[in-house]
Design a protein around this ligand. Structure first.
Ligand SMILES: *Cc1c(COP(=O)(O)O)cnc(C)c1O
Length: 388
């Protein structure tokens, strides 16, 4: 059996796949098992922030794998404590808790928010407001947190205590606030929801109302974090400071990591055995993340992300068949004439690895992509739209 046949026989069919078996990659370019070349503007859903097999990143993780590949959380780890220090210094937040994925980071944030409220106000103040059209993960609780009815099926009973407010509607938000609410959780740019950029006024007012009522503000930066939007974290565009922030996808540069960060007020909420995970804070993964931050966390790099995003947006808007573009940095949703899923599959066949979000084409290119590579990506998309 070939790769595709084995996959179809032995892997549960939880994903509809493009008809490609990827084998290797370097930078923005990937190759399939037949040696065909692809330009990748999806980065494994915003994960390969430095592209495929970046030299420095590879050096960092292989050196660590040859030194100590894993230790339990019962021991101190230099890679983990260095990463925690860097993240706290870069964000002004106080402490981190490590996990392995975005959903897990969000679970951790939800637990911290509820325990803070439990310790202060008792068990009944436990409701978390999230936004309609949000996406927070695939565990039973983060499915509950996700404000889309399509995700609230099959797996009953779901975790209780979530309410969904309409994005950018302050009256609706205020109507959801009562004495049962302990936290608000939102993506400032809804990624899976279609690169939906929340209004600045809305986010600032929500943050202010949270602060006033001792309601914790959880910002899910799983997709928007680590330079994706042209700031290190997307909430910086809004001038707000979250109580809790979750980071995952792009942080490890291709290795699984999820981090929940909290501000000063929450730094002592969790105590031994209130949370944990075997693989969290893995030193190889942390070495990868330390390297990614050493490259991404500087103004020159981040300014380039925004400049390349603006360049891409302009070129996209000039194409026939492109109706509009939602974009912040290199997080790009493209509204087109025609079916986005169909066009995406045709782009892949034409050598451009691109994904979708709702009815939009979506690009999350490696942050190191060059303008020449962006030109090539746009010309493959142009050709594909013309064929359609
Ligand atoms: C991808 C994503 C998640 C889930 O992350 P996993 O690593 O797949 O568990 C959560 N929140 C947002 C905003 C995401 O984009």
């Amino acid at each position: 059996m070939n790769t595709k046949e084995k996959d179809l026989q032995y892997i549960m069919h939880t994903y509809g796949r493009y008809d490609v078996a990827l084998k290797s990659g370097k930078g923005v370019v990937a190759y399939d098992e037949d040696g065909k070349r692809y330009l990748d503007v999806s980065s494994g859903i915003g994960v390969n922030s430095l592209g495929y097999c970046d030299d420095g990143w590879l050096q960092a993780i292989t050196a660590q794998a040859g030194t100590i590949q894993h230790m339990s959380n019962y021991f101190y780890s230099k890679q983990a404590s260095d990463l925690a220090e860097t993240l706290c210094k870069l964000t002004g937040l106080a402490k981190v808790c490590f996990g392995n994925s975005g959903a897990e980071a969000n679970e951790c944030a939800i637990k911290i928010a509820r325990k803070y409220s439990f310790d202060r106000y008792g068990a009944d103040r436990n409701v978390i407001i999230t936004l309609q059209n949000s996406f927070h993960g695939r565990t039973v609780t983060t499915l509950s947190a996700t404000g889309q009815d399509v995700f609230h099926n099959y797996f009953f009973p779901f975790t209780e205590g979530f309410k969904y407010a309409e994005p950018n509607n302050l009256d609706d938000f205020k109507n959801h606030i009562d004495e049962s609410v302990c936290a608000v959780m939102l993506e400032v740019v809804q990624g899976e929801g279609g690169v939906n950029i929340l209004d600045k006024d809305y986010v600032q007012t929500v943050a202010a109302l949270c602060e006033k009522n001792d309601i914790l503000l959880i910002v899910d930066e799983v997709q928007t974090g680590v330079g994706r939007t042209g700031k290190l974290f997307a909430h910086e565009h809004y001038g707000i400071k979250p109580d809790l922030m979750t980071v995952a996808k792009g942080l490890g540069g291709g290795l699984p990591i999820g981090v929940c960060l909290c501000g000063d007020k929450l730094k002592d909420v969790m105590s031994p055995s209130t949370h944990g995970t075997t693989f969290g804070a893995n030193p190889v993964v942390c070495a990868g993340a330390n390297y990614v931050l050493s490259r991404v966390a500087n103004d020159a790099f981040l300014d380039e992300v925004e400049a390349k995003g603006a360049y891409l947006e302009k070129k996209l808007l000039a194409l026939d068949g492109v109706k509009s573009v939602n974009r912040l940095g290199l997080m790009v949703g493209i509204e087109i004439d025609g079916d986005a899923h169909d066009i995406a599959a045709k782009c892949v066949a034409n050598g451009l690895l691109i994904i979708t979000a709702k009815d939009l084409l979506r690009m999350l290119p490696p942050l190191i992509i060059t303008t020449d590579e962006l030109d090539e990506a746009v010309s493959i998309l142009e050709k594909t739209l013309k064929e359609n």
